[in-house]
Write a protein that binds this ligand. Sequence first.
Ligand code: ADP
Ligand code: MG
Length: 150
Amino acid sequence: MSERSQLPTGVHRTAGPEETEALAARVADALAPGDVVLLSGDLGAGKTTFVRGAARALGVTGAVTSPTFTIGRRYEGRVGVSHLDLYRLADLGEEDPALLSDYLAPDRIGFVEWPGIAEEALAEAGVTVAARVRLEHAGGDARVVTVEAV
Ligand code: ADP
Ligand code: MG
């Protein structure tokens, strides 16, 4: 991370996964430890692709894939990076929000796919949401990616 830049807020159009990763890298450049980014969008919209691009920009070198059999993965780049996918959680609100604190911490940058199911638990966990990213199919490999600062 060199000098922190501004979040590229607004509506973007990407023509393929590389462009979504490049946009994610610009978002990553604007993040600081403790920040959490919430990602929404249909299956296959590109949430995990976005997280991969952001993680790369944060210095993560290994494979960045969807968490399976767990709610999240932790990576170590130039900063700790956590990637959560809450899709399979029926209702985290009834579970211990401390589960989230295994991943979301003041010294890490977090990315959360399907956060809706855990909005309450996220709030209880004292998470600072820095940005919301919404990805939408726009025909073929095109996606509309909306970045909102929180
Ligand atoms: P999600 O996590 O939202 O379910 P993924 O990132 O796992 O989505 O999958 C998105 C799929 O769509 C990948 O196979 C990716 O290569 C493909 N794809 C095609 N065009 C784009 C684009 N513009 N942005 C992101 N992914 C794209
Ligand atoms: Mg995904």
